[in-house]
Design a protein around this ligand. Sequence first.
Ligand code: PLP
Length: 381
Amino acid sequence: MTPIYLDWNATTPPHPEVLAAMLRAHEHGWANPASVHGPGRKARAHVDRAREAVAALAGAPFEARDVVLTSGGTEANNLALAHVFATPGGALLTSRIEHPSIVRAAEALADRGVVVVWVAPEPSGRIAPEAVAEAIDRTAKVAEVRLVTLQAVNHETGVIQPVAEIAAIAHARGARLHVDAVQAMGRLDPEAWRGADLLAVAAHKLRGPKGIGALVPRPGIALRPLLFGGAQERGLRPGTQDAAAAAGFAVAAERAVDGPRRYAAVAHLRDRLEGGLLRLAPASPPIRNGEAPRAPHVINLSWPGWRGAELCAALDLEGVAVSSGSACAAGTAEPSPVLCAMVGEARAASAVRVTLGEDTTAADVDDALARWARVVARAVR
Ligand SMILES: Cc1ncc(COP(=O)(O)O)c(C=O)c1O
C-alpha cells in the first residue's frame, strides 16, 4: 500500500533540487566557512546565499546582512525572546496557541520575573487585535510591555492571525512584535507577517533540510546572543556553520518565493478532502476546528467518539500519515494545548490534523478519503 503523506505541517519532503544542492555542497563545499582560504570562501558562499534567499523571501524591510542562521524555528523563537528580555524586567504578551518553542520560553521568562500575559484566543482560533490592545494597556500600568509575540499561521489549525493589525497596535504603544512565521513562509504572501520586527523561519517547513532556520530582525535591531563562542553569524550564533545545510536552505528559500502560488492551488484539494471527511460519519459528524481565514492546506477536525491519537494510529495502519497535534507535542498523552485554549479539552482530545502540500494530488485526496472511510466503517462504537 502506497503511503499517503498528509502531515506537511510536521515537516515537508526535501525538494530534489535541495537534495542535489546539498550533495554538491557536501562534496565541494565542505571546508569551514569561517576559513579565509579558497575552500573556506567556497563554503561561505553557500552560507551567504542562504542569508540572501531568506531575506528575499521575508521581503522588505528585511536585509540579508541581518539574517541570523539558527538550528531551526525553535532556536529562532528562543533567540528572539531571550534577546528582548536579556535585561531584567519588562512584560511579554503572547497566547497559549503559540508553538511550544514560544510557550515554554515564555514560561521560563515568567520564572525569571518577566510579566507574561496570556491573551485568550477566540473560539475561531484568531487572536483579536482588540484583546491585544486591551492587554497591553492593562499591563502597561504594572510593567513596560516590550514584546508581543504572535505566529502568522497556527501550526495545528492553519488559522491566519491579523499580524499587520496587531503590529500597528504594538508599535503605537511602544512594543515590538516578534512573528513566528515558520508555518507561513513559502505558503502565504509576505502580507502575512507585515509589520514584524523579528521573524522566525525554519527550512524544513519549506522543503529544505532539518536543523537550519533563521531569525530575521528588522534593520537596526541589534540582537544579543544566547550562546557564546566564535564570530560566526556576527557572534550571535557562534559555532561552525553547516554549509551543506545552508546550500539546501538557500535553494528551498529561493523556491519558496513562488510557494504561495503553488499552495493557493492546493486549496481546492483541501476543500474536497475536508468536504468528504465532513460527510463520512453522518451519525456523528466531525467538527471543524479553526475558522477562516485559514491557510490553504490545513484541516483540523474533532471526531466525536474517537481519541485523536487512536484515529491517527488506525489511519497509519491504512497508510495515511496524519497527526493528532503538533509533532512537537506528539508522543505526549496530553490533548493539544492549542485546541484546549480554543475549544476545550473534549474537542481537543478527539482532534486530527491533516495538512496537504504542494505535491499532494487529487488521487491522494480520493485515496485518503477511501481509506479513512474504511477506518470509520470498521469502528464499532
Ligand atoms: C509554528 C511553529 N513554530 C516553530 C516551530 C519549530 O521549528 P523547528 O522544528 O525548526 O524547531 C514549528 C515546528 O513545528 C512550528 O510549527
